[in-house]
Design a protein around this ligand. Structure first.
Ligand code: ADP
Ligand code: 5GP
Length: 206
């Protein structure tokens, strides 16, 4: 594998999708990992673009078949990252960007920590998060309340991340994200470094 990984986490409504969209033209060769979920599509979400929307049975078959690099239950729905497209993108030397929760981040770190960089995105305050979830108008009151409860737990994991982006002003947050993404791609895997050492030692004339 020769690519690298950038994991983005943060409460639902923090602005992760907005920041990725804002920054996409300024990031080098990257692949955005499209997750699979059992959650229902929101208005405007497109199957195969925002997520692969599947049934619980289909998701559980994929778990059994070992098709996920990682998966987790978030807000009572399954969310997972399919292994094959990620492997393909890494083999093509791309930066693979994940928008996954804190459980997914821990699993990716455990499996592919040497090529992983991570950033936690949050609005400046819990009130602002509440406001953004409400103005997005994609979720009912009880779903928003569940997301707010989850956000209080997620923020406790902020120390586990390499970088924190406070998404107050979208332009500043996107610039910070662009910098982080363009540096993440430079991470070398342990295997690549070992090959480099072997090659480096062979270059001596003595
Ligand atoms: P996430 O992908 O993290 O769930 P979204 O990107 O959908 O979050 O953003 C949630 C809502 O907040 C959207 O309505 C978006 O337009 C708005 N938003 C994102 N960033 C900002 C910002 N810096 N200032 C104000 N509103 C924002
Ligand atoms: P949403 O329903 O708002 O799109 O996403 C809810 C949460 O699930 C967010 O924190 C998002 O980062 C996370 N998530 C999305 N896809 C995945 C995935 O494939 N794996 C994991 N572990 N979390 C995911």
């Amino acid at each position: 594998m020769i690519g690298a990984i950038l994991v983005l986490s943060g409460p639902s409504g923090a602005g992760k999708s907005t920041i990725i969209k804002e920054s996409s033209d300024n990031i080098g060769s990257y692949y955005f990992s499209i997750s699979t979920t059992t959650r229902k599509p929101r208005d405007g979400e497109v199957d195969g673009v925002d997520y692969y929307f599947v049934s619980k049975d289909s998701f559980e078959e994929d778990i059994k078949a070992g098709n996920f690099l990682e998966y987790a239950t978030v807000h009572n729905n399954y969310y997972g990252t399919s292994l094959i497209p990620v492997q393909k993108a890494l083999n093509n030397g791309k930066l693979v960007i994940f928008d996954i929760d804190i459980q997914g981040h821990r699993l990716i770190r455990a499996k592919l920590g040497d090529i992983t960089t991570s950033a936690f995105i949050t609005p400046p305050s819990i009130d602002e998060l509440d406001y953004r979830l409400n103005i997005r108008r994609t979720d009912d009151k009880d779903i928003i309340s569940q997301r707010m409860d989850n956000a209080k737990k997620e923020i406790e994991a902020i120390h586990e991340y390499d970088y924190v982006i406070i998404n107050d002003d979208i332009k500043t947050a996107s610039e910070e994200f662009t910098l982080i993404a363009n540096v993440s791609i430079l991470k070398q895997s342990r295997a690549e470094l070992n090959d480099f050492i072997i090659h480096w030692l062979k270059t001596t004339k003595n």
